[in-house]
Design a protein around this ligand. Structure first.
Ligand code: FE
Ligand code: FE
Ligand code: ZN
Length: 289
């Protein structure tokens, strides 16, 4: 069994997100703690956070997969972008201390001409420092696990290969030790890995074996379940509704049913409205049986 849900809006508060996800048939969800394009985040009241936690527990929700802002880029060549991005990261981690036991997923970043090696080093350093700062400010160990998202490898994106993600984790562990390494994982985006050249349609087992060899399957904590508008290896990153893209329903069904991927939260990021998400969640639940 997997947990399934989609992105919901934080605009009406935390408990409202849980009710919205529930109304669509989900038992996990994703949200942006701040505008996905960056900017400020609202601080929810303690009561609102407690109400969400109660709703999640009462309804058997799996872990949530919170999503960092798209504009966050801790490995940008521009110092100012790096500094702003670091501040967003630190602030998100600190805020989420109130919502323990969940995942915080981020796009590793774009090296913007510095090269992937410089990029992975900057990401690792930012993670180590942001975790340290959030722990210090909250006076407790980090309460959530940080996930690096597999990327399509478009432009100068870092994380288009499993090797680059592993490089970030290895370098972060050198800075923050085992305690930090244990707080890092990976979110596998089916559209992104496909666009990145991993053929999950014809060789899902082979892709998972590669993931296991390079990173370790115990680090694969969550899945973004999307079809892709483009062929394998296109490096485009255009999501499509399940079964309407180049990956196809059969292959995505195999991902949902794969024995090595059970018990994880799966998040839909397909181009849908509420009615479309309700329908896709129903479809995924049929696949699970
Ligand atoms: Fe993402
Ligand atoms: Fe994604
Ligand atoms: Zn994407």
């Amino acid at each position: 069994m997997i947990y399934i849900g989609n992105h919901v809006s934080v605009s009406k508060g935390y408990a409202a997100m849980g009710r919205h996800a529930l109304s669509l048939g989900g038992d996990t969800f994703a949200f942006f703690p701040r505008n996905p394009r960056g900017g400020r985040s609202k601080t929810p009241s303690d009561g609102d956070v407690a109400a969400l936690r109660r709703l999640l527990a009462e309804n058997g929700f799996g872990k949530l997969v919170v999503h960092g802002a798209y504009t966050m880029n801790v490995c940008a060549a521009k110092e100012e972008v790096r500094a702003n991005s670091f501040e967003m990261l630190r602030d998100d981690l600190l805020r989420l201390q109130a919502l323990p036991g969940n995942y915080y997923n981020l796009h590793p970043g774009c090296h913007t001409g510095q090269g992937a090696q410089a990029g992975t080093a900057q990401i690792a350093a930012a993670l180590a420092e942001a975790v340290r700062a959030a722990e210090e400010a909250s006076g407790m160990p980090l309460q959530n696990t940080i996930l690096l998202e597999t990327m399509a490898g478009k432009g100068s994106e870092v994380g288009g290969t499993f090797e680059e993600l592993q490089a970030v984790i290895t370098q972060a562990a050198q800075l923050g030790g085992d305690a930090l390494a244990m707080r890092l994982g990976v979110c596998l985006d089916t559209c992104h890995v496909w666009d990145g050249g991993y053929d999950i349609r014809h060789d899902l087992d082979g892709v998972l074996r590669t993931f296991d060899r390079v990173i370790g399957l115990e680090k694969l904590c969550a899945v973004h379940l999307n079809d892709s508008k483009n062929p394998c290896g296109s490096h485009k990153d255009r999501h499509e509704k399940l079964g309407q893209g180049c990956i196809g329903a059969e292959a995505l069904c195999a991902v949902v049913r794969h024995p090595l991927l059970q018990d994880r939260p799966f998040i839909l990021e397909t181009p849908n409205d509420d009615a479309g998400y309700r329908e896709e969640i129903r479809t995924v639940r049929e696949w699970m049986m």
